[in-house]
Design a protein around this ligand. Structure first.
Ligand code: HEC
Length: 140
């Protein structure tokens, strides 16, 4: 994908805010923060493309109304999310979005950036969330 200044600009603003506002320090690093919720540790095996395809179907049904891969909509774009967040954080965001938006420093900032619109809890099962995570792992 072509990298243009307009794509990078939001990051230039967002990253310093994240560094200034996250406490404690381990939660400041998005690649260390595992989020708040039922998932503490995930051991990932290589991507299973069949499971990813099932995840994409769920994504189309449940998530696409507010998200897509490339553009910020109601919620953030998901391309490359696996390189910006830990898999545990992504799972907890899917399974426990309300508490995440209230307590997790990264999710809090995301919620503020979209004018207080918060991601709804859609009562996903862990199995469904894992399928969507598998789809996210193909978006890079
Ligand atoms: C009604 C709109 C809405 C729906 C439906 C929705 N989301 Fe969200 N999502 C948001 C908003 C708004 C945020 C920003 C954080 C917040 O407000 O809590 C977000 C944030 C996220 C994030 C964090 C993004 C990042 O860059 O760190 C992930 C991951 C996510 N959503 C996944 C999903 C998945 C998977 C689904 C479908 C199962 C879904 N969302 C459905 C609105 C939505």
């Amino acid at each position: 994908m072509k990298i243009t200044i307009s794509r990078i600009a939001p990051l230039l603003i967002f990253i310093p805010i994240l560094i200034l506002r996250c406490t404690p320090p381990n939660l400041c690093d998005p690649m260390q923060n595992t989020g708040i919720g039922p998932i503490e540790k995930l051991d990932l095996v290589p991507v299973n493309t069949n499971v990813a395809a099932e995840g994409q179907v769920l994504y189309d049904q449940l998530c696409r109304v507010c998200h897509n891969e490339i553009n910020q909509m109601e919620g953030p774009a998901h391309w490359g999310i696996i390189n910006r967040r830990t898999p545990e954080w992504i799972m907890n965001m899917m399974l426990n979005p309300t508490e995440m938006a209230q307590e997790d420093p990264i999710a809090k900032i995301l919620a503020e950036r979209v004018n207080g619109v918060e991601m709804p809890d859609m009562n996903l099962s862990e199995e469904e969330a894992l399928k969507i995570l598998e789809y996210f792992r193909t978006l890079q």
